[in-house]
Design a protein around this ligand. Structure first.
Ligand code: 5GP
Ligand code: ZN
Length: 113
């Protein structure tokens, strides 16, 4: 999608600090980290958000979480990390290209705010 920030990041039109990439997903450091590890994992396919996803998108959403687990393992934060998607503006979604936040490296409270 031409006017989507994360599509531009995936295409390399906007620079990012790449953490992981495969044929389906791209992962990069969040520009405004909320934890020592704060990585965004995005499908290369443009999907507006979790609530707009279709059955056909199920596998790629799963791949985002598997990529997050791999990054957590590499970062040695497997004792406790969080994968979260903000769904809709009321939950804080500000970029409308589906993404999974990977947060870790510090104690994480429950429930989140
Ligand atoms: P949301 O608020 O939609 O759940 O998450 C969007 C995330 O994208 C935010 O955590 C924000 O800091 C991050 N972000 C926004 N613009 C950029 C950017 O240009 N580069 C990177 N690396 N992260 C960004
Ligand atoms: Zn996009």
């Amino acid at each position: 999608m031409s006017d989507c920030l994360f599509c531009k990041i995936i295409a390399g039109e906007i620079p990012s600090k790449k953490v992981y990439e495969d044929d389906y997903v791209y992962a990069f450091d969040d520009i405004d980290p909320k934890a020592p590890t704060h990585v965004l994992i995005v499908p290369k396919k443009h999907i507006r958000g979790v609530k707009e996803a279709t059955e056909q998108d199920a596998e790629i959403i799963g791949r985002c979480h598997v990529a997050a687990a791999r990054i957590a393992r590499e970062r040695n934060i497997e004792n406790g990390y969080r994968t979260v998607s903000n769904v809709g503006p009321g939950a804080g979604q500000s970029v409308f290209h589906l993404h999974v936040h990977l947060l870790g490296g510090r104690p994480l409270n429950w429930p989140p705010g």
